[in-house]
Design a protein around this ligand. Structure first.
Ligand code: M6R
Length: 617
């Protein structure tokens, strides 16, 4: 879950590496470091803590100009987050080789034992340093850096992206990828490497996604890709559609604040070109599935983790209702290791913002082995998940930098609903007139999201008021249930407050015992307008907890004249379709968690112990 950047070219290498690390800092922020090759040789600076600590170190001990270098931001796996364990790690007794690594080398103990027998001295507790010494030792034998690199990466087990520079070969960065992300940025007289395109998008939009078990030989004027066996690989170039400015705060106090505000655009961009003016959904990316294949789907299994899994829980309601295909939502890591029933007629829908979540990748690989087709819903071009899926619906949320997912979530729900409407029409499961009406309603959602965002003042005040709360509970029914769980997750990860989301109907089966005088409970209230609305049942649930002392904060639809009688606070969101309401009601919960974390003086973009992309199992 670390961030990796590499550069060869005429620009200030230190600046390119540091700005790349700034954009990758979301992947880990326990420590950071860079190595460059200057006129006098290899130089390294590294420091525990956030990137600013490294920048202060470089300011105190500047580096000479360089045209090649590598940089790393770490989320610790082996070894505590100290200066010594920070990457890069140097290899060989003369310390001419520098290496950075993202992932876990599973057989590092046996390799380390071999090196210790050889007399190698280690400067860190990491698994990564083992690879640095092995490559340096091989290079000292053969004088061929590519061969040495290739021999060693073939010996490593586990997940890794590794980048190496060597003082004796000051024009080349070598990189290898197995089960961890790596993307090449193609420039003019310069080239880049990054864990994702955010690392270099300010310099170039031309990119190549590196495949499994491939090695990159990167020079300023050439890029060569070979397999771990040395055979040449032909790679396909793509154009990055992210705007570099989108990955900066743009005057907002935090990335999270900006990304909450980006949500109307994220939904609009995800809808763009996918619903015509009549309301018919067309998804070009799904044309690789024939009508017969779609008609033969007998079950959908959604695999995802964290917020993306709650998205699965939301869209399940729409996909089942419209397409009549049974939908099951599974946490990727549970699905992968429980011998699930999967056939060639099972459609796996894998949801991931990053496209690099290892649990989700392992689940999809397993499902494909069992013969299922995989459809990804992903936000990141060039990521592993789209490469390994039969088709991908891209969400167009733009780069999401804050660890807490916000705009990716609303874009994923949007994409999931597009999928549900599309499948329903191909299968003839719901009258076309109704599907097209829903399509036209979906097109109105970005404007409604804007309305919600313009009216968050009250939520921010509530966040301040509840800064000392010991626990907050969230209740919802139907799509309000996963929204409640998402609200609780946001509060846990940002404000470090105990929070739980429950199905309101489940309350009296146990959780109501938690309610005592003053317990804050946030309730997602369904619309009052629909004939089959669960509104009266949720009002009853509110009365039950109020009778036991709960302090109720309701998220309800404009025009709901009843809920105010039973709640301390009501936050209103605009009227929309019952199922689309999830996209609106989740936003106050994001803002609430952010406000509460800010009131506690916490870093909302980089909460403790977390990294944005969880690239280890
Ligand atoms: O990149 P992914 O969408 O696969 O990430 C999945 C989860 O790790 C992610 O949603 C996580 O739960 C967020 N930090 C929640 O805000």
């Amino acid at each position: 879950m670390c961030g990796i950047v590499g550069y060869v070219g005429p620009k200030s290498t230190v600046d390119v590496l540091l700005s790349g690390l700034r954009r990758l800092e979301y992947r880990g922020y326990d420590s950071a470091g860079i190595s460059v090759i200057t006129g006098t040789g290899l130089e390294t600076r590294k420091k525990a803590g956030k990137l600013d600590n490294l920048i202060a170190e470089i300011t105190a001990h500047p580096l000479a100009p360089a045209n090649i270098g590598i940089g790393h931001t770490r989320w610790a796996t082996h070894g505590a987050p100290t200066d010594g364990n920070a990457h890069p790690h140097l290899g060989g007794t003369r310390e001419k080789l520098s290496l950075i690594h993202n992932g876990i080398i599973e057989n590092f103990s046996e390799l380390k034992a071999e090196l210790l027998t050889d007399g190698t001295r280690f400067a860190s507790d990491t698994d990564s340093e083992v690879a640095a010494h092995l490559i340096a030792r091989e290079y000292d034998k053969s004088g061929d850096l590519v061969l040495a690199f290739r021999n060693v990466v073939n010996r490593l087990h586990g997940a890794f992206t590794i980048l190496v520079v060597h003082e004796d070969q000051p024009d080349v960065v070598l990189a290898a990828r197995r089960n961890a992300p790596l993307v090449i940025g193609l420039g003019d007289g310069e080239n880049f490497l990054g864990s994702d395109v955010a690392a270099f998008v300010e310099h170039t939009k031309r990119a190549i996604s590196v495949g499994q078990d491939e090695i990159v030989i990167l020079r300023s004027n050439s890029v060569e890709v070979i397999g771990f066996d040395g055979s040449p690989v032909t790679s396909e170039e793509f154009t990055v559609d992210w705007d570099a400015a989108a990955a900066s705060k743009g005057g907002w106090p935090s990335f999270m604040a900006k990304e909450i505000a980006d949500q109307p655009q994220a939904v609009a961009d995800t809808l763009m070109g996918r619903i015509d003016s009549d309301g018919q959904v067309r998804i070009a990316e799904l044309e690789s599935f024939t009508a017969d294949e779609i008609k033969n789907i007998d079950r959908i299994v959604i695999v995802a983790c964290g917020t993306a899994a709650y998205v699965g829980d939301v869209i399940k309601y729409g996909i089942e209702k419209w397409s009549r295909i049974p939908v099951q939502v599974e946490l990727s890591h549970e699905f992968r290791y429980r011998d699930p029933v999967v056939t060639k007629n099972t459609l796996i829908v894998a949801i991931s913002q990053s496209g690099e979540t290892m649990d989700t990748l392992m689940a999809t690989r397993y499902a494909r082995e069992l013969g299922a087709k995989v459809l990804a819903i992903c936000n990141t071009q060039g990521a592993t998940l789209p490469r390994e899926s039969d088709a991908t619906i891209y969400t167009h949320a733009g780069p999401e930098v804050a660890v807490a997912s916000t705009k990716a979530l609303v874009a994923q729900i949007t994409a999931g609903y597009l999928l549900g409407l599309y499948l329903a029409e191909v299968r003839g499961a719901t009258p076309v007139r109704e599907l097209h009406r829903l399509g036209r309603e979906l097109l109105k959602v970005p404007a409604l999201v804007s309305d919600v965002i313009e009216n968050l003042v009250q939520v921010r005040e509530l966040g301040n008021d509840l800064a000392n709360a010991k626990s907050v509970l969230f209740l919802g029914r139907n799509v309000g249930f996963p929204v409640a769980m998402e609200g609780a997750l946001k509060l846990k990860e940002l404000a470090y407050i105990h929070a739980e989301g429950f199905a309101a109907g489940e309350l009296k089966h146990g959780p109501i015992a938690l309610i005592e005088e003053g317990q804050p409970v946030i309730v997602i209230v369904p619309s009052l307008r629909d004939s089959d609305s669960l509104h009266p049942k949720v009002i009853s649930n509110i009365q039950e907890i109020r009778a036991r002392g709960a302090k109720v904060i309701a998220i309800a639809e404009e025009g709901d004249t009843e809920v105010g009688q039973w709640s301390e606070h009501v936050i209103f969101v605009p009227q929309t379709e019952q199922l689309f309401a999830a996209i609106l009601t989740v936003i106050p919960l994001q803002a609430f968690a952010m406000a509460l974390a800010e009131a506690k003086g916490l870093d909302v973009d980089q909460p403790r112990n977390l990294a944005k992309s969880v690239t280890v199992e």
